[in-house]
Design a protein around this ligand. Structure first.
Ligand code: GDP
Ligand code: ZN
Length: 394
């Protein structure tokens, strides 16, 4: 063991150091405030002021004739560009933080991060997993009759939700198209997921293609009603829901919640997000955006609140990369854990290394398919995703 010669401090010196540290802590405590990470620019973050500091700094007194120094008052709801203390873990949009704002520079510094209720991550271009959104409540898995839904993609997002601690919500958009016979497949798919216990809503985003702008005709409303009625647990106890083509049901489900939208291209995610955030460019005071620092960097994710002055009302985290969500970082066991009806069968196959391919000897999953207990499609989906996890593409 290396010998470290320590300088002996006198009791008086030790007392003085303690006092200095206490004073520093006290002044930091007085400046600390609550905030939420609104956007991520690599090294810098944008943080909204959600509580004021205990000690509100006052502007410097300027002698007459002297130039006014820069001074940025701290106001609730303002958004500040912030640095992060070096010893903190990587932060994500949606993180709740304790931070200090420096009115002399217009920049803040994040001091600590509160425990997260959930964390959505995605691989960066080097296949390293990066946190993109914290404290998200709902991952809306959007699918539509057109482009035809890829069930395997829905299953993939359900696995992602399981591991991110986020509640999935199936959103069948373009419900205005459901009256068309060709889309029986999509209706059946919705029914299947509802029977597994997943919540689902029908939506029809206001856009030139749909009939929302015109009066809804009976055939279309009926088509949506049938989907909901068929999926009700027992017909006797179920109340026939009145399905309104539009966003009302979705709005109801995501009220006060932080939501991420995922799903394949063309299903209407942007249209939905725009319709849900009609005032997304409302007046929020964004401090220090003119700074040269970080000017040319792009955001990796951004929180778009339903009410810009009140984050408790929820909002949408816009994260471009979530669509190409890889699951290579998960093990085959992690993947089966995300299949709600198949996970109880994990480890029940005759051979421990069973790959669950069709008709594998002693495979508990295929036995359950044969007995009609689980859907073949879901077992095939599991096998595809497990194979992907087994063979990472890097
Ligand atoms: P994204 O790629 O998922 O963001 O999809 P977009 O929002 O760009 O929408 C793709 C296309 O679908 C656009 O032409 C939209 O106008 C159309 N669209 C979106 N929502 C609906 C809907 O509810 N009904 C119909 N019929 N078309 C829709
Ligand atoms: Zn098996």
């Amino acid at each position: 063991m290396a010998l470290i010669r320590q300088r002996k401090l006198t009791k008086q010196q030790l007392r003085r150091i303690d006092k200095q540290q206490a004073q520093q802590q006290e002044s930091l405590d007085g400046s600390l405030m609550d905030g939420v990470v609104m956007a991520h620019y690599g090294k810098q973050l944008e943080v909204q002021v959600t509580s004021l500091p205990a000690i509100i700094p006052s502007p410097p007194v300027v002698a007459e004739g002297d130039p006014e120094p820069f001074w940025q008052a701290i106001e609730l709801g303002d958004i500040w560009r912030c640095h992060v203390r070096t010893n903190l873990p990587m932060l994500a949009t949606g993180d709740k933080v304790r931070w200090v704002a420096d009115p002399n520079t217009g920049f803040g510094r994040i001091e600590s991060v509160q425990p997260r209720t959930s964390l959505v991550s995605r691989p960066d271009r080097y296949h390293k997993l990066k946190p993109v959104a914290a404290n998200v409540d709902i991952l809306a898995i959007v699918f539509a009759p057109l482009p035809a839904a890829a069930p395997n993609l829905i299953d993939r997002y359900l696995v992602v939700c399981h591991h991110a601690d986020v509640t999935p919500l199936l959103v069948l958009n373009k419900a205005d198209l459901l009256s068309i016979e060709d889309y029986a497949f999509t209706k059946e798919l919705l029914t299947q997921y509802q029977s597994l216990g997943y919540e689902a809503v029908l939506t029809s985003a206001p856009c030139p293609e749909n009939i929302l702008l015109n009066p809804v005709d009976d055939a279309q409303v009926k088509a949506s009603d049938d989907v909901m009625a068929d999926t009700a647990e027992t017909k006797e106890t179920s109340v026939q829901p009145t399905v309104e083509l539009g966003l009302t049901d979705l709005q109801q489900k995501i009220k006060d919640k932080l939501v991420i939208f995922a799903g394949q291209s063309g299903v209407g995610k942007s249209t939905l997000v725009n319709a849900l955030l009609p005032n997304s460019d409302q007046s929020v005071n964004i401090i220090s955006t003119n700074s040269k620092l970080g000017q040319h960097t792009t955001t990796t994710s951004r929180l778009l609140p339903f009410d810009p002055q009140d984050l408790t009302q929820g909002g949408i985290v816009d994260t471009p990369g979530i669509r190409e969500y890889g699951i290579w970082h998960l093990t085959p066991d992690d993947i089966i854990a995300g299949f709600v009806e198949l996970s109880p069968l994990a480890g029940q196959c005759q051979f421990r290394d069973c790959k669950h391919t069709h008709n594998s000897k002693g495979c508990a999953l295929w036995e359950a398919v044969a007995e009609g207990k689980v859907m073949q499609r879901r077992v095939e989906s599991l096998v595809t995703l497990q194979a992907e996890a087994d063979t990472p593409t890097y």
